[in-house]
Design a protein. Structure first.
Lengths: 614, 614
């Protein structure tokens, strides 16, 4: 069992569920209707009254008790609830949630969703009826559809809904919130969880089936084939795959998911209207009641991918994220050097600003393939692969093939923990791959300098960590020598430094702001390289510092600061990300990892005044 | 282009090809027939005569010149040549080579194999005939079949054949030796290389097709599905997949490769007798001359997996490798604790000694799946996944899912660089995964201690590096506390140590032998943990050493020694594996990485006498 998402045990000491939701719900007030605000206050009052009276077995049990105490329903249609949740949140995967909504409703109607008092996976019935099947939700981001549906069915209060993505309710499927499985970030993992469960039920001699709710995009992932092939060959005829077939991953699919392929490995494949709850329920019931497994392809619709509030009429256009500048920068490179580019991305063209900038090949949600496609291209072609840093984690073998057998390989590794799921260690792992060097540019000049370095050293694959954050580029950068360190805010005069902070990539932007805003004047070295090559005289100077701090918005373990300690035996204290990922938006992420300029200013002040780096 | 496999440029200074093959060919003498020995001496003489006279464009061109100078053929049948190569080598993938031999012959007959003077991939013909197709060999270990066939066709001398796996000729497909592609270790990579090439040919507007020669086992890998799905959806109708369908990966397949599946994604699938060269050539020609791509399933036969010489009648049975003791040790655990085990392996049951020891599920060559199958099992079940350390590298995302969402996860990571392809960094990467600890036990007691540690700390996944080497267990070990360090050969009396060596896992066995054999008496600390927890007093004692060395048979980068430097700022010199993997047997590996007891004794002597750790 994973650690509970509640900050304290339900009903026991600590903030509990009420503590978790109260503050973010109140913070949402400016975006609430008067009725919503009123109901939330009622719910909070009832919640306080209920608290301590009894200890429900599950978080959902507690929520159901609150919902029962305030039975008024503001909305009867869960689609409307989903819209309000996303309007209040201002972000999220609204369209994904809508796309699957009829499928989710059908699962409720068939009794596949555990009731509020039930722990998913604790059922022991062995009968063949639909109600005793297990549901594994592979579409990780559609948890809100389940909450919206629970709301209209009267077992979920409104308060948590107003805290989505705002440090209250998370949008990702988690075992603590009524799901059989927990999603993290590997695409296609839901099908693996379902096959694991089907295998175990079979081993226990149990007859119930496993329903896996998956998206058509994620069926591009190689792991899903491994699962289907194994289920077929191992004779697991208790697996029913329900596909939300909306024709989109993040970008449109090249082709619909193959019914023939699914039918071959699952024994049968049926199609149904995925916008019609009754049709889905009927087809699914037939498959659950009949012999064997199968695939149910539900034709649905998805308009966009990420939810965006319409901009205020007089608002200036938002600054682009640094990651989206990659496309125009690559186009500039192509123009300046005349180099042929081959750009591959697993559905992430928009994130890297590729459309209308450079030609690219979308490989779908198949990251190992995007690396594989670089393997046989001409040496002189610059091969660019662009996806989220964490998505490379299931392709590091293939990446090694590419780094050791190709030339001119540029790996763009998107980074935005939380919004994408994140992985604090991913860049450190990428850096460990044979024949690679990792950088995190934060200015256009640094990006171009990294690419120039690649052209000069084509046998080394260059991994560029591309942050999704929107920020003002620092005045100075490492573009002159991307392997070196540069003083931000001016080089200190004194030969002997009292204290110093040395930063990696984006953390340099945050530290510079903290240093500036706080008027702290801590000497600040900025590096674009994860493993910078420091001048020996500089190392000596650093070694003589009274207090030395490194900061990286990156996993400490195996990261920038630890590398400096290991290579140079520098007695610095590494500050960076030490905890596991959390699902929340960028600003909240920063605060959780002690990376807000305010938190950093405190670190710098302590460094300067007390010499306390730790 | 990768670094050439020749130790110096062909025809230029350095040892060149003759230098590469002469010594290992002479070393093979005791295993040669008199005729073979005679021909080799003739070839070497002609080779010396040719050397310096002209510089052939390719290594194969040079070999062809030697073959032309000594035209006598000892064998006319390449199957006989293959047998002799493996008898002389004493190891290798003889059965895999035999299984594909008719397919290889057909490729020669159809003109798909570049001639000795041609650089593969340098063809510029655009005609549709079979001869202008490109061949990508995905079965990485069947390079010997091509050499044997070149030998009987008169363009390859005998000398290199006598050096297979013995530091001369390697058995793995490499671009420098007449192949279009280079194989390293990712299974299924050949198909990715073929699709990459097909994509690039299409982009260039070229009409020629790509033939990919693959095994049925590797089609279990998820990447092969990603490739086929993409080729289909991207309209790449220039891909012809020839499958050596022998019904075996390393172990027998559960089911034959699916003709329906391949036919769906490749447009057509034909079957033929893979033991009949003419039948293969005929079917393949039809597919190459006709429109579109396709799959050709060739029914073949494979008896075993690894080649083993019959043991001498009076030889004692060889000591089992440490890795093969895993099965019996797990059985003991099950017996002692009554724990339910669920064991998954990707075709590597024999390597870990699982058969007749514990029940296990063979997932085929689908490592991500073997991790995926752990995801939904009961908490108390001990989940064991067993495969080669390097094969996890394409599954680290899925491993993170498992380490963060399951309990009682035991990851066995086989290690034997060279024989399996290896990856010097793999254990260091596994150690970086959220929620893991890595160990390298070298005694049964250490293995059991690691498992006990897992049972006491079930939320942490325990990665056990399992070495394939055969060795005598050291007298002392870390079983008492697997996280600590223990003195091997006795604790030193003096509080102040002059010098000290600290080792990780299997390197401790090698260093102990070096220390003992050389009578060196260097104080020696042995650790089973990649990140040991050292007593602060011990750290202080080590810090005061005049000279400090760490030794690990593991990648230095991000490894044991660097970790000690980083965590404790210990001024030690890490000795370990710094170069990339090489394809050679264990003993040769050790010598390449400075890990033979003799090389280690030199390091220890220098440490003691000169204080030179580096």
């Amino acid at each position: 069992m994973t650690a509970p998402v509640t900050s304290g045990p339900v009903g026991a000491g600590g903030p509990g569920l009420l503590g978790r939701f109260e503050e973010p719900a109140r913070a949402a007030r400016p975006r609430l209707t008067p009725d919503e605000a009123r109901v939330i206050e009622q719910e909070l009052a009832e919640w306080r009254r209920l608290e301590g009276r009894y200890a429900p077995a599950t978080p959902l049990g507690e929520l159901a008790a609150v919902a029962a105490a305030v039975p008024e329903r503001l909305y009867r249609d869960s689609a409307k609830v989903l819209l309000r949740m996303h309007e209040i949140a201002g972000s999220g995967n609204h369209q994904s949630c809508l796309s699957s909504l009829s499928l989710v409703r059908a699962c409720f109607d068939l009794g596949l969703v555990p009731g509020p008092g039930e722990r998913a996976g604790q059922r022991d019935g062995a009968g063949p009826s639909a109600g005793s099947a297990e549901l594994v939700v592979g579409r990780g981001h559609i948890a809100p559809s389940f909450y919206a549906e629970r709301y209209v069915r009267g077992t979920f209060p409104f308060t948590p809904l107003a805290t989505l993505h705002r440090d209250g309710l998370t949008g990702v499927v988690h075992r603590d919130w009524g799901f059989r499985n927990t999603m993290r970030y590997s695409l296609g993992v839901g099908l693996a969880q379902a096959v694991s469960l089907a295998w175990d039920l079979r081993r226990q001699g149990l007859r119930r089936k496993v329903v896996c709710l998956a998206g058509d995009g994620e069926l591009h992932e190689g792991i899903t084939f491994e699962c289907l092939r194994f289920a077929h060959e191992a004779g697991l005829d208790n697996l029913v795959l329900v596909v939300d077939s909306n024709g989109k991953g993040i970008e449109p699919l090249r082709a619909p998911v193959s019914r023939e392929y699914l039918s071959h490995y699952l024994g049968q494949a049926a199609e149904t209207d995925g916008l019609d709850t009754e049709a889905v329920a009927k087809s699914l019931r037939v498959m659950l009641d009949g012999p064997g497994g199968g695939a149910l392809l539900c034709a649905t619709r998805k308009e966009g991918h990420s939810f965006k509030l319409p901009p205020a009429p007089d608002a200036p256009p938002p600054r682009p994220s640094f990651a989206t500048t990659a496309g125009p920068l690559l186009a500039g490179l192509q123009k300046d050097t005349g180099r042929r580019l081959a750009v591959f991305t697993g559905d992430m063209a928009a994130r890297f600003g590729l459309p209308n900038a450079v030609p690219y090949e979308n490989t779908g949600l198949a990251e190992t393939l995007s690396l594989g496609l670089t393997l046989s291209l001409p040496e002189e072609t610059v091969k660019v692969v662009a996806t989220d840093a964490m998505y490379y984690m299931d392709s590091l073998g293939m990446l090694t093939e590419a780094t050791t057998s190709t030339r001119h390989l540029l790996v763009l590794a998107g980074r935005s923990w939380g919004a994408w799921g994140g992985a604090t260690n991913s860049l450190n792992l990428l850096d460990q791959i044979t024949g690679t060097r990792a950088y995190e540019p934060v200015t256009a000049a640094e990006f171009r300098s990294c690419v120039r370095r690649l052209l000069a050293d084509p046998a080394t694959a260059h991994v560029l960590s591309m942050v999704d954050a929107r920020f003002t580029a620092p005045g100075e950068d490492c573009a002159g020598d991307v392997d070196a360190a540069v003083w931000l805010g001016g080089a200190p005069d004194a030969a002997d430094l009292d204290c110093c902070v040395i930063t990696f990539g984006y953390a340099g932007v945050l530290v510079a702001q903290a240093n500036r805003d706080g008027g702290l004047g801590v000497p600040h070295l900025h590096c674009a390289a994860l493993r910078p090559e420091l001048d020996p005289a500089l190392v000596e100077r650093l070694r003589r510092c009274r207090a030395l701090l490194s900061v990286e918005y990156n996993g400490v373990s195996g990261g920038f600061g630890e590398g400096l300690r290991s290579r140079h035996l520098l007695p610095l204290t590494p500050h960076g990300v030490r905890s596991d990922i959390r699902n929340c938006v960028h600003d909240t992420q920063l605060s959780r990892h002690g990376m807000t300029p305010r938190a950093l200013a405190e670190r710098l002040r302590a460094l300067r005044e007390d010499g306390a780096a730790g």
